[in-house]
Write a protein that binds this ligand. Structure first.
Ligand code: GAL
Length: 673
């Protein structure tokens, strides 16, 4: 075994997508590769769902078509990201191993005829998935087309949890490992309440559907267990491949769009982070959700360049209304990902399927063929990305961090919370949106990370916060940082148990406040807060907040907390801790953050409305990526050469309505390869 490479052996930005040629006769493959060359494609992912056509019966392999395919791609200079097909076990697998089927929380056994995971804990599945990964690696590790390995597909999507007998047996072992004794488990889960005390390990079940709410600590542990088992499946395949192959190994995440896996832990296991992102049609500012996904992908990979493994050229086919992308939108989406650190822009899928579940999904080569808007835009994007080759390897630098903690989200999403309007994604998005509009680049982070490099840290939804991580945040403030904490944070510990001392107690020192009681509002009710002489609208949530050293910057006007402190600012050591105990509207949050920026020494970029700006820092140059989401041309005060047009300017760059620009400017902060 040799050392794995940090990045597939490609020049420039990788461009291409999933390629599932087993749907067509070989003549079509020849047409495909010719058109791929025309479009500038240099990387395709193959074999992701091909298990049944490679292992045709248990232990019987037919590699002939894959041999031919890889040779053809290689002969045409197209590199391969080779999939292990374990997200879709074949019919023979489920027929031979019916016990390896997933059982849902309500006891339904999942059938065959779709795609999807077998039980992550079934020995037959573990064995079969390692076998196919091993055979593929043994055969193709040295194939010159193969530059990367793509294990499985989107672990945990659509189903991660499993309540089958194999899963329950593995769960008990996992609990024994975690707690050591039943006494420790009983204490962590608080089983003294509702008479749930366990006297035998065999009595500890999975948190299946029950007459009322199931113990939340048990459910939180089950989410951790599920994540652990899925990751164990990945690691087993990865290590099997690594015995033979030295190319980088990845598996595609769904960053913020599926939260069943703890991507901070997964980020440590992959050689390169890769992510799939699909716009959600009801979201009329989908570019902001997309930017979150991109920043999160970069962050879980420790800031290194990452791979956009899938997005769509136009409509998807699995939403209530599958809205087609309008001209220019695919390029804007792609450039946002690139600006936020992606060195590969790939799609699902190369050629649109004629049959099967995804035939109404867009593709690089649509049903309409090459004489189509989509194919013309695909080809134009290929040539734009070729012009950006020198951007590869450059890094994004962020002054601000937003805390994103999957465990906390899992815990917050359990039942019987003080209000069903509490929504961590909504809070993160609200804070992120304001920074996006202000042109302040964001990393995501965990509360236990070293945050000292950031001048601003935001905690929009940190419901679960361990005392240890709270101490880290407190030290961050003491060291000179500016911390902003939003409501319903630092409420519980790792066992979903309320902190001793009450809500927010672990951050008391940093914030100088404590929460005496939650005062949620009825849906639709509004109240206000007064911030200096501005009256700001709030809704959904207020608190009976007690000040313990902090300065009160805003008080409630009306609503259940009328007259009580609403927004506070506390000096602690060399830094400042802000607490926002309610949900201001967008204008209100902007007003609060303007004051926060002053503490953090940050200045909004003052961008024209709808213009997104991110900078990648290389060794020899910076690359300012400008994406114009508005329908008017805008001028940005960026001087340099637009790599897409070759135009040089010494004062400003004009970006066409709906257009993009990537401006090479002198290097400012180092970074790069
Ligand atoms: C992804 C999946 C692809 C394809 C795509 C359609 O989640 O990995 O295989 O189904 O969705 O949008």
């Amino acid at each position: 075994m040799t050392q794995s490479s940090p990045w597939p052996q490609l020049d420039g930005i990788a461009y291409g997508g999933d390629y599932n040629p087993e749907q067509w006769p070989v003549e079509t493959w020849h047409e495909d590769v010719a058109l791929m060359r025309e479009a500038g494609v240099n990387l395709v992912s193959v074999g992701i769902f091909s298990w049944g056509l490679i292992e045709t019966a248990e232990g019987v392999f037919d590699f002939s078509w894959m041999d031919e395919l890889l040779d053809l791609l290689h002969a045409n200079g197209i590199h391969v990201d080779l999939g292990t097909p374990t997200a879709s076990p074949p019919a023979w697998f489920f027929a031979n191993h019916p016990d390896a089927r997933v059982v849902t929380r309500d006891g339904t056994t999942m059938g065959f005829g779709s795609r999807g995971m077998a039980s992550h804990s079934a020995p037959a599945y573990r064995e079969a998935s390692v076998r196919i990964a091993t055979e593929l690696a043994r055969r193709y590790a040295t194939h010159p087309a193969v530059v990367m390995w793509h294990v499985h597909n989107e672990y945990g999507v659509p189903v991660g949890e499993d309540y089958s007998p194999h899963a329950v047996a593995a769960w008990r072992l996992w609990l024994r490992e975690r707690y050591g004794s039943l006494d420790a488990l009983n204490a962590a889960w608080g089983t003294a309440f509702w008479g749930q005390h366990y006297g035998e390990w065999e009595h500890v079940g999975a948190p299946a559907a029950a007459p009322s709410v199931v113990n939340p600590a048990q459910r939180l542990d089950f989410a951790r267990f599920t994540d652990h088992q899925l990751r164990a499946c990945f690691i087993a395949e990865r290590d099997a491949i690594r015995q033979y192959a030295d190319q980088p190994i990845t598996t595609n995440f769904m960053a913020n769009q599926s939260q069943t896996t703890d991507l901070w832990a997964w980020g440590r296991e992959v050689d390169i982070v890769s992510d799939d992102h699909y716009l959600w049609a009801p979201d009329r500012e989908g570019e902001i959700g997309l930017a979150i996904a991109a920043d999160l992908s970069r962050s879980v990979g420790g800031g290194k360049p990452w791979i956009l493994m899938e997005h769509s050229t136009s409509a998807v086919n699995w939403q209530p209304q599958n809205v087609a992308k309008r001209p220019g939108e695919m390029a804007r989406n792609s450039l946002t990902h690139l600006g936020r650190g992606a060195d590969a822009i790939l799609f699902f899928q190369w050629r649109a399927s004629r049959s099967g579940a995804e035939k109404f999904h867009s593709a690089m080569l649509p049903h309409a063929g090459t004489d189509s808007r989509v194919f013309r835009e695909v080809t134009a994007l290929g040539s734009d990305l070729a012009a950006l080759a020198e951007v590869r390897g450059s890094r994004v630098r962020a002054d601000a961090a937003i805390l994103w903690d999957f465990e906390s989200f899992w815990a917050q999403d359990l039942e019987w919370r003080p209000s069903d309007l509490l929504d961590h994604d909504e809070r993160v998005r609200a804070y992120y949106t304001q920074l996006w509009r202000d042109g302040i680049t964001v990393d995501f982070a965990l509360p236990g990370h070293d945050l000292s490099g950031y001048s601003l840290v935001l905690a929009p939804a940190q419901y679960l916060l361990t005392t240890r991580d709270a101490a880290n945040l407190t030290a961050y403030v003491a060291g000179g940082g500016t911390l902003v904490v939003s409501y319903f944070s630092a409420v519980v510990d790792e066992n979903d148990a309320v902190h001793e001392g009450g809500y927010l107690a672990p951050l008391g020192e940093a914030l100088g406040v404590r929460v005496e009681e939650f005062l949620p509002l009825r849906e639709g009710d509004v109240a206000a807060i007064d911030l200096d002489d501005e009256r700001l609208t709030i809704d959904q949530w207020s608190e009976d907040l007690r000040v313990d050293g902090a300065e009160v910057l805003a008080r409630y006007v009306g609503g259940p907390a009328d007259g009580a402190p609403a927004v506070t600012r506390n000096t602690h050591g060399a830094g400042v801790g802000w607490y926002v105990s309610t949900r201001p509207d967008a204008a209100g949050l902007a007003a609060i953050l303007t004051r926060v920026y002053a503490d953090a020494g940050l200045t909004p970029a003052g961008l024209p409305a709808g213009l997104e700006r991110v900078t990648r820092h290389g060794r020899d140059a910076d690359y300012v990526v400008l994406v114009n989401h508005s329908d008017a041309a805008v001028a940005a005060p960026v001087a340099g050469t637009d790599l897409l047009t070759g135009t040089a300017s010494d004062d400003e760059t004009v970006v066409a309505a709906g257009g993009v620009a990537v401006v090479r400017t002198p290097p400012t902060r180092g970074g790069g390869r």
